[in-house]
Design a binder for this molecule. Structure first.
Ligand code: AMP
Length: 288
């Protein structure tokens, strides 16, 4: 496993591999690696050359967000990757490598309307920053395959759309299932901020997604199931519910009551000051 800091060195290594017929797999992360990140690496197509990036991208953090205190644990991360032994290159660019002229005032490509709902309401500009950096990495790495976690549903929707719109040659996007603690809490680099009391309450978020899923499967109407879910989530003592919604997986628009097909139940809760998101894929059947 090689640690690389510059685009120049990265591209030299990648083109050697590509010229010898290997496919390139890319996995972007912000580090503070946990089992969720490592599970994505397991999905890399066999014999592909695996590049994993670690970069805490300032343009996807809002002014009042945790960019400065976001965990940076490079030594630990490298040790975990070394142990897993499936990554060929860890790309860790400096800020100046990514933004040589400083952080641009206008970030492109834009996330548009989907970037301003749900996570985009609480985190204005987040998805523009995210898309900008993913686009930058895709241009530099030119992967055949890129792997993302299902945990960040809105992000994944926007990345699939980015590939359709901007990368004619096609990048295969693989989606890794959300890795959870034994009690159901989705792994996240931010879980370490949870107080012990908040940590005890956090699994209720996933539990409630499962309850809503069950109610819908049992024939409860979509709007009623969501309303009951919102009540239950608001009743978690340390929780401030941001949203619980059911969106059409193909458009990321909220579904109407007669919807059938592939949907995603998405949730964000601020638990004792820590923002947690989660989601569940649902297939909505028509009434029998
Ligand atoms: P991050 O470092 O938070 O930007 O995440 C890097 C990648 O890991 C993204 O594609 C995330 O969706 C994915 N990821 C984060 N948490 C999990 C998890 N619990 N299970 C699976 N993938 C995850």
């Amino acid at each position: 496993m090689k640690l690389v800091h510059t685009v120049e060195e990265l591209q030299k290594i990648i083109s050697l591999e590509r010229n010898s017929g290997r496919k390139i797999t890319f996995i972007p992360t912000m580090g503070a690696l946990h089992e969720g990140h490592l599970s994505l690496i397991d999905l890399a197509p066999q014999d592909s050359f695996v590049v994993l990036s670690i970069f805490v991208n300032p343009t996807q953090f809002g002014k009042n967000e945790d960019f400065d205190r976001y965990p940076r644990t490079l030594e630990d991360d490298l040790a975990k990757l070394q142990l897993q032994n499936q990554v060929d290159v860890v790309f860790v660019p400096e800020l100046e490598e990514v933004y040589p002229a400083g952080v641009p005032e206008t970030l492109t490509p834009r996330a548009g309307a989907v970037g301003s709902v749900f996570e985009g309401v609480a985190r204005p500009g987040h998805f523009d920053g995210m898309l900008h950096i993913v686009h930058w990495f895709f241009k530099k790495v030119q992967p055949d395959t890129a792997i993302f976690g299902a945990k960040d549903a809105q992000q994944l929707f926007l990345i699939r759309r980015l590939v359709k719109r901007e990368f004619d040659s096609g990048i295969e996007i693989l989606e890794g299932p959300t890795v959870r603690e034994a009690d159901g809490l989705a792994l996240s680099s931010r879980n370490r901020y949870l107080s012990s009391e908040a940590r005890l309450q956090a699994p209720s978020i996933h539990q409630e997604l499962l309850t809503v899923e069950q109610k819908i499967a049992n024939g409860v109407g979509l709007n009623d199931a969501l309303a009951e879910g919102r009540l239950a989530l608001s009743a978690i003592p340390l929780a401030k519910l941001d949203y619980l919604a059911l969106v059409d997986k193909s458009t990321f628009q909220p579904v109407n009551s007669g919807f059938t097909g592939e949907a995603q139940l998405i949730v964000a809760v601020v638990l004792d000051g820590v923002r947690l998101i989660d989601n569940l894929n649902l297939t909505i059947q028509g009434a029998a």
